[in-house]
Design a protein around this ligand. Structure first.
Ligand SMILES: [Zn+2]
Length: 278
């Protein structure tokens, strides 16, 4: 058994810095009940979300990366239990992981050909817009361990000859989903980023909520409230003064004062900044 060298939360931050989308998953490799991870195919989690998930909400979580267009990753999953040959591409330099079932994940840059391919050979699978566990995740069967550690610069393009070798065939494509609203807002945010944004984010969220008549129920280090983003009868959301963020356990959304004004109350980004910095 190898010594765990880096914590899950640190690894999650590292992946984010490498422009890889990640989410917490259970010991059974599944998303937590009520956690809708589809959003993280379209946008990266924020640093705050990562801290909230892995430090507070799911402190024992495993770590999964979300493969696909956003992360610019496709993974070849080789399962020797079904006849997959893990000695395939033995000398490649691309990031790769050994799995608890003696299998192997090899990371590639997706090409159009590969994106639309579908596996048919037994023992091989292509993970695209899918979840893949990464070290230091642990399951009852053992640990995920790096063979070649993850570095964006080392990711090779998917070798074309493998498509026919692994009998990967061309199905019809179902792509082209519109850019989500949150992503457009994100671009706007980066342009306007600055001291003003930081001040606005630091505006006490509890004061903002209280002035809107939101009922905050005090707990030891947090306050419970009903989530403003959906009909919520159970006070599913929690305000953490330490991070000045609200996290909703039902819809898995985290929000700061700017998000609250823009998303819940319909302010434009500029209007929200004005409101919060005056
Ligand atoms: Zn919610």
């Amino acid at each position: 058994m190898k010594i765990k060298t880096q914590s899950v939360v640190d690894t999650a931050h590292y992946f984010l810095s490498q422009r890889v989308s990640i989410i917490p998953v259970t010991k059974d490799k599944k998303p937590y009940a009520g956690f809708s991870w589809d959003a993280y195919k379209k946008r990266f989690p924020t640093q705050d979300e990562i801290d909230i998930w892995f430090r507070y909400v799911y402190p024992n979580a495993n770590l999964a990366i979300v493969t696909g267009a956003l992360s610019k990753l496709i993974i070849l999953d080789i399962d020797p239990r079904n006849g997959g040959d893990i000695s395939l591409l033995k000398n490649n330099k691309s990031p790769s992981v050994s799995t608890p079932n003696n299998g192997k994940h090899i990371y590639f840059r997706p090409t159009n050909l590969v994106k639309s391919a579908k596996h048919s050979a037994l023992g091989y699978d292509l993970l695209y817009e899918a979840l893949a566990l990464v070290p230091p995740s642990l399951t009852v069967n053992g640990a995920y361990e790096w063979i070649n550690s993850f570095n964006r610069n080392n990711i090779e393009e998917f070798p074309k000859y493998l498509l026919s070798k692994l009998e990967l065939i061309q199905p019809k494509q179902n792509e082209a989903s519109a850019k989500p609203l949150s992503q457009k807002k994100g671009n706007q945010k980066t342009q306007l980023r600055g001291i003003e944004v930081r001040h606005a984010r630091d505006y006490p969220l509890d004061r903002l909520l209280l002035s809107d008549g939101v009922n905050l129920i005090q707990r030891t280090n947090s306050y419970h409230l009903t989530c403003p983003f959906h009909s919520d009868r159970k006070s599913s959301a929690v305000y953490y003064p330490s991070t000045n963020l609200v996290y909703c356990f039902k819809c898995s959304r985290a929000f700061n004062p700017i998000d609250y004004l823009t998303i819940a109350k319909g302010y434009s980004f500029r209007e929200a900044l004005k409101e919060l910095t005056e």
